[in-house]
Design a protein around this ligand. Structure first.
Ligand SMILES: Nc1nc2c(ncn2[C@@H]2O[C@H](COP(=O)(O)OP(=O)(O)OP(=O)(O)O)[C@@H](O)[C@H]2O)c(=O)[nH]1
Ligand SMILES: [Mg+2]
Length: 431
C-alpha cells in the first residue's frame, strides 16, 4: 500500500466478504451484504467492493478458501483498500491467518456491530454495556498480532476500549470487566427504584429490526422528540414516555433495535436495557413494510425475543412506512398474509388511532397468548387460527402442528368448540 492510501483515515476503504451455499441462497447473501454495506457506512467506512463466495462449509483455517484469500490480496492492492469486513463471525485464528496473507485489517460481523454500538453509546449505561460487550469479545482474540495491527492502523474496529485497553493484558481486562459489572449492578438498582413509581401502569414496549421506525412511532404517538434517524442503531438506550389513550395512561418504551446475528456478547451485556422489553406487558413489533424479505426480518426479531426470554408476551404486529408502498396489490397481499396486523405510517401519522384502539383491546385483556395443537391435515382449523390470531411460533410434532398464538377471547371460545368437535386427540391449551 502506498502513502496516499494510508492517509485515507476517515473514509477507510473496505472490501466486504460474504459466503453463500446450501443454507443461504445467492440472493439472500447479496441482501445480507447490502446490509453489511450500510453497517460499514454507519461505522464511517467506505465500502469499495463486495465479494461473494459459494461454499458448502466454511474453511477451518481461512473461512473462505485459501485461493480466494490470495485473490482478495490482489484486490486490496487494486482498490487501495486496507480493511476486510466479513459478514460472519470468524474464529480468532481465521482472523490471524487472513491478516497474515492479506496484510489487511480483518473485522468480522460482531466486531463491526460492536464498533457501531461504541460510537453510538451516549449515556453512561449504554457506554458501560458496550464496553463490557467489547471486552468480552476482545478477550479471546487478544494476541500479539491483533494488538499490533489495531494499534498501527486505528479506524473501524478499534474504538472504545480498543484504544485505551489494548496495551493491557488479559488480567487487567478481567479486572475491568468486574468493575463494569459492578457499575451495571448499581445502574440496575437505580432503575429498580425508578420503576417502583410507575408500577401500576400498563407498559408497552416497541421492538423491531433496526431502522424499522420504533423511535419515529414513539415520537408520533407522544409528540415527543426522540432521536430518529436513517441510521442503523440510532437508538441504544431505553426511553420511556407516558402516553394517554382516552382515559387510559400507559407507558411506552423505545429501545435498541435488533439485527440478524446480533453478537451474543451484546445481548448479554445489554441486559438492563433489554429488561425494559422483558418487563413490559405488551410488545409492539414494528416492521418496515418496505423492506424486501419481510418474513426474514420478522423471524429475526422473533428469534431474538426468544433469546432474551421475552417471547411469552402478547404481540401486536405493526407494519410501518405504508406510505412507501405505492402498489395497492402488494399492500393487499401483505394484509392478507397478516390479517391481524396494524398498518401505519409514523412519518405521515396514518393508522395511529387504529393502533391505539388495538392497544386498548389488549390492555382490556381481550387477547390471550395460548398454545394449540392441531392435526396438520385439519386445514380448516389451522387456517382459522392463522386468520383469527397472531401466530408467534409454529412447531411440528409427528402429524400435529403446535402453534403459539395471541387470540381474542371470543375466538378462543370458538376454537375450543371446534377442537372439541373435531378430534379428541387435539389438546388445547397444551401444557
Ligand atoms: N417513509 C417513511 N419513513 C419512516 C417512517 N417511519 C420512520 N421512517 C424513517 O425510517 C428511519 C428510521 O426511523 P427510526 O425511528 O430511527 O427507526 P428505529 O426503529 O428507531 O431505528 P434504530 O433506533 O436504529 O433501531 C428514519 O429515517 C425515519 O425518518 C414512515 O412511516 N415512513
Ligand atoms: Mg430508534
Amino acid at each position: 500500500m502506498d502513502e496516499q492510501t494510508l492517509s485515507l483515515k476517515q473514509e477507510e476503504k473496505v472490501l466486504l466478504v460474504g459466503v453463500y451455499g446450501p443454507d443461504l441462497s445467492r440472493e439472500e447473501a447479496e441482501e445480507h451484504l447490502a446490509e453489511l454495506e450500510r453497517l460499514t457506512h454507519t461505522a464511517g467506512g467506505n465500502p469499495v467492493k463486495k465479494i461473494l463466495q459459494n461454499r458448502t462449509t466454511p474453511d477451518r483455517e481461512y473461512y473462505i478458501g485459501k485461493g480466494k484469500v490470495d485473490e482478495i490480496s490482489l484486490m486490496i492492492t487494486m482498490y487501495g483498500a486496507d480493511t476486510l469486513i466479513f459478514d460472519d463471525d470468524l474464529s480468532p485464528s481465521q482472523v490471524r491467518n487472513i491478516q497474515r496473507v492479506t496484510k489487511a485489517k480483518v473485522i468480522d460481523r460482531s466486531g463491526l456491530i460492536l464498533d457501531i454500538f461504541a460510537s453510538r453509546a451516549k449515556t453512561s449505561a449504554a457506554k458501560t454495556q458496550v464496553e463490557l460487550a467489547q471486552l468480552n469479545y476482545i478477550l479471546p482474540r487478544l494476541t500479539r498480532a491483533w494488538t499490533h495491527l489495531s494499534r498501527q492502523k486505528g479506524g473501524i474496529g478499534t474504538k472504545g476500549p480498543g484504544e485505551t485497553q489494548i496495551e493491557t493484558d488479559r488480567r487487567l481486562i478481567g479486572k475491568r470487566i468486574a468493575v463494569l459489572k459492578e457499575k451495571l449492578k448499581k445502574l440496575d438498582q437505580q432503575r429498580f427504584i425508578q420503576r417502583k413509581g410507575r408500577e401500576e401502569l400498563t407498559r408497552v414496549a416497541l421492538v423491531g429490526y433496526t431502522n424499522a421506525g420504533k423511535s419515529s412511532l414513539l415520537n408520533a404517538l407522544t409528540t415527543d422528540n426522540v432521536f430518529a434517524e436513517d441510521l442503523l442503531f440510532a437508538t441504544l438506550d431505553a426511553t420511556v414516555r407516558r402516553h394517554q389513550i382516552g382515559k387510559k395512561q400507559i407507558l411506552v418504551s423505545d429501545t435498541v433495535g435488533f439485527i440478524r446475528k446480533l453478537p451474543h456478547s451484546l445481548i448479554e451485556s445489554f441486559k438492563s436495557t433489554l429488561d425494559e422489553i422483558r418487563e413490559s406487558d405488551i410488545l409492539l413489533h414494528v416492521v418496515d413494510i418496505s423492506s424486501t424479505g419481510l418474513d426474514d426480518y420478522i423471524k429475526v426479531v422473533r428469534k431474538t425475543l426468544e433469546e432474551i426470554k421475552a417471547d411469552d408476551k402478547p404481540v401486536i404486529l405493526v407494519f410501518n412506512k405504508v406510505d412507501l408502498i405505492k402498489d395497492p396489490v402488494k399492500l393487499a397481499e401483505i394484509k392478507l398474509a397478516f390479517p391481524k396486523a396494524i398498518f401505519i405510517s409514523a412519518a405521515q401519522q396514518i393508522g395511529l388511532h387504529e393502533l391505539e384502539s388495538e392497544i386498548l383491546r389488549y390492555i382490556a385483556n381481550e387477547y390471550e397468548s395460548v398454545t394449540v395443537k392441531i392435526p396438520v391435515n385439519n386445514y380448516k382449523l389451522v387456517s382459522f387460527v392463522h386468520d383469527a390470531g397472531t401466530v408467534k411460533k409454529v412447531k411440528y410434532q409427528n402429524d400435529k402442528v403446535i402453534m403459539q398464538v395471541d387470540l381474542h377471547k371470543n375466538d378462543r371460545i370458538k376454537l375450543e368448540k371446534y377442537l372439541l368437535a373435531a378430534d379428541t386427540e387435539t389438546s388445547f391449551p397444551v401444557s
